[in-house]
Design a protein around this ligand. Structure first.
Ligand SMILES: [Fe+2]
Ligand SMILES: [Fe+2]
Length: 482
């Protein structure tokens, strides 16, 4: 295995030398057998679960990993391999008795190649390469419902589901390279893990891509099924809320000309979400695009039994998208691929179609992608009239989103058949686009704030009860308020 690792490191170095690309994984050519060998022989590296999360902006990267000791650091190297900085980690004690360390790499320059490694106690990670973007154009991979799952009957379930994730990212990186692009960001709209367990998040991080491409995750309902997501994550600009989920909260970051708002749609304390979005928008007045990533599928109506819940969620979330002129909301939860029409005030204001372009849309486009490990294709699916394009498949979907100053271009593909299944372009000729906001009645926000807080509080009681039943020792106040 030493040999395989050495070979893969060398292959990576050669590819980076030749292409100068942001990151080409050493795992991209791995067959399932090679992946299984890598998994079996890399226990220490896999268990550390090193992950790169976006920083506040392109000058930063957030790096986190599990450690037996409560101190450590990240060493940054420049393109020639010289030391460019050392960044001290902070520590979060985990319920397992060890720590999740987090260090912020800062002071990065645009358009430069770097590498880094993590150290804590006797542990030293591999060296991981990455490149910063040098202009406002970049490409993101949007995925959702990765569902890394543990299984009582299959001891290799996590390893095998992690292989599927690695394969999807490999396909995305390869597809982007055909256009001369690199995948510069991965957006994941929740349900990264099926039971919210540490072992599942460790499996999630086993793909080498997640150590070199900033990986931004939203909280899915499955991520709240245990407590480990609370310790696993390390994110910039996190929201302080009156009421939040025990496992996490909203956060934002800037990349290119885009403000990304990663929100926890499990928490319906809408006053808190509105204050978060308002503060993020006001802190970044010159950023042109506003893109939300959160878990719940609001508009597809693919799962009819969820429509009463979705109706309530639409009433809660749509006014925020309308008020702050969100251009695009990337969602998950249903596991069904759909792209909505342009929505405003919970109504279609302009149709979208596959391959089409909307220019200065007077509203928001909502998109949902399929699940990587639990794709659905039931017979009795519904479909809302508010959906412009939908595609049913039990195969794995991935979406490449090209962000630039003038447009957001989404292209969707199926892994197994390599078929292109959808595309849409959103163009804006002004910073505001065509969003025209009409303030709801004065009573609307206070009412939604009160109802959301009460409903969110009772929801947290349920989660607190479930987690204490699982044996976790959670302080009552944090269990109820986050
Ligand atoms: Fe899911
Ligand atoms: Fe879900």
């Amino acid at each position: 295995m030493q040999k395989l690792r050495r070979f893969l490191s060398l292959a990576t170095a050669i590819v980076i030398f030749i292409t100068g690309t942001a990151f080409v994984s050493n795992a991209q050519s791995l067959t399932k057998d090679a992946w299984d060998s890598y998994y079996a022989a890399s226990t220490e590296i896999i268990d550390a679960a090193v992950m790169m999360t976006p920083g506040n902006n392109e000058t930063e990267r957030y790096i986190s990993w599990y450690s037996d000791v409560d101190s450590g650091s990240v060493t940054l190297l420049d393109a020639t391999g010289n030391k460019a900085g050392t960044f001290t980690a902070t520590a979060k004690a985990t319920p397992d008795g060890d720590h999740r360390l987090g260090a912020v790499i800062s002071g990065l320059e645009a358009g430069k190649a770097y590498s880094y490694y993590c150290e804590s106690g006797d542990f030293r990670s591999d060296i991981y390469s990455f490149t910063t973007n040098n202009n406002k154009s970049f490409t993101a991979l949007y995925t959702t419902d990765i569902h890394i799952s543990k299984s009582d009957v299959d001891e290799n379930a996590i390893r095998d589901k992690a292989y599927n994730l690695n394969s999807v990212i490999t396909a995305a990186v390869t597809k982007a390279a055909l256009k001369g692009n690199t995948v510069d960001l991965i957006l994941s709209a929740g349900d990264q893990a099926s039971d919210g367990l540490r072992d599942e998040y460790v499996g999630l991080c086993s793909t080498p891509y997640i150590k070199s491409i900033p990986f931004a995750t939203a909280i899915g309902n499955h991520d709240r099924k245990s407590v480990d997501y609370r310790y696993f994550t390390f994110q910039p600009n996190t929201a302080k809320m009156r009421l939040k989920s025990y496992v996490g909260t909203d956060y934002w970051f800037i990349k290119g000309d885009v403000l990304f708002l990663i929100m926890d749609s499990n928490n319906i304390s809408m006053g808190d979400h509105r204050r978060f979005v308002k503060a993020a928008v006001e802190a970044n007045p010159d950023v042109k695009w506003r893109v939300a990533v959160m878990h719940h599928d609001l508009y597809s109506a693919r799962i009819p039994s969820r429509e009463s819940e979705n109706e309530m969620l639409r009433l809660m979330w749509a006014p925020i998208a309308d008020e702050f002129g969100l251009d695009l909301c990337l969602l998950g939860h249903s596991h069904y691929y759909t792209i909505s029409n342009v929505m405003y005030n919970n109504k279609t204001v302009a149709a979208t179609e596959n391959g089409g372009t909307v220019t200065n849309p007077e509203g928001t486009v909502y998109m949902v992608s399929g699940s990587i490990n639990n794709p659905r294709n039931d017979e009795n699916v519904g479909l809302s009239e508010n959906i412009g394009h939908a595609y049913l498949t039990e195969e794995k979907i991935y979406n490449l989103i090209d962000f630039s100053e003038d447009s957001i271009v989404i292209n969707s593909y199926v892994l197994e058949s390599d078929e292109k299944i959808g595309s849409i372009t959103i163009e804006k000729t002004t910073d505001e686009g065509g969003h025209v906001y009409k303030t709801p009645a004065k009573w609307y926000y206070p009412l939604v704030e009160v109802i959301g807080f009460i409903a969110g509080f009772f929801n947290n009681i349920g989660r607190y009860y479930d987690n204490t039943q699982l044996g976790y020792d959670i302080p009552l106040f944090e269990g109820l308020f986050g």
